[in-house]
Design a protein around this ligand. Sequence first.
Ligand SMILES: Nc1ncnc2c1ncn2[C@@H]1O[C@H](COP(=O)(O)OP(=O)(O)OP(=O)(O)O)[C@@H](O)[C@H]1O
Ligand SMILES: [Mg+2]
Length: 259
Amino acid sequence: MSTLEIKGLHVEIEGKEILKGVDLTINTNEIHAVMGPNGTGKSTLASAIMGHPKYEVTAGTVTLDGEDVLEMEVDERAKAGLFLAMQYPSEISGVTNADFLRSAINSQREEGDEVSLMKFIRELDSKMETLEMDQEMAQRYLNEGFSGGEKKRNEILQLMMLKPKFAILDEIDSGLDIDALKVVSKGVNEMRGENFGCLIITHYQRLLNYITPDKVHVMMQGRVVKSGGPELAQKLEAQGYDWIKEELGIEDETVGQEA
Ligand SMILES: Nc1ncnc2c1ncn2[C@@H]1O[C@H](COP(=O)(O)OP(=O)(O)OP(=O)(O)O)[C@@H](O)[C@H]1O
Ligand SMILES: [Mg+2]
């Protein structure tokens, strides 16, 4: 079993504090959902874990099986087994999807241990079939001209090919039609197992109908303010966030002006 542990994480962007002490522990074989209103720090948490240069960690720790993640370069974090599907995946012109994936896989392997082209193609074909993706998507430039839904599917394709220990999926469900939502969920559910843990950032119970989380966390004011089981997401769907704010005496849930 592997563990990703976030403790007392404080993060600033351009001198403004966004995360104000996030505590969260995920083990492999677990799927956690992070929910919360807009502007409460969810994407910032994802970027900080992955080492986005704009996000400065001012306090706290992130460890993967006891190893200090914050000390690692971005590529070392990927090599250690961390993966982020971004809320807004970027387009890279001139690099095909297949080439990108193959070099991403090989950059995580030792020299001389590169994946064979045949094996790579066989696996790529099979995963694309699972995700009901058109084979020609492999030869298109990475995300260029991909529809919103195609980009999200493509993020899951990367996930399935790279097989990270821990994946953070930031609004992987946004903009997906119902069939795509099912396909993407199928991909994530296929990853479930002893060597995989996942943090799903989402606004909607809808996704969690297909991917049942083990734990659900709510972020407000740059912290995890409440955690529970799948029933917490159902309650949020039915009742919104006001009851949590009342319970905790929070007036403004965003990271802007703290009460
Ligand atoms: N690069 C940045 N520069 C300036 N402010 C930023 C930057 N990134 C995030 N912020 C600010 O930090 C706050 C939290 O943003 P974040 O994207 O983490 O929210 P979120 O919880 O993911 O919201 P949403 O549900 O809308 O995606 C916001 O007020 C946002 O404007
Ligand atoms: Mg976000």
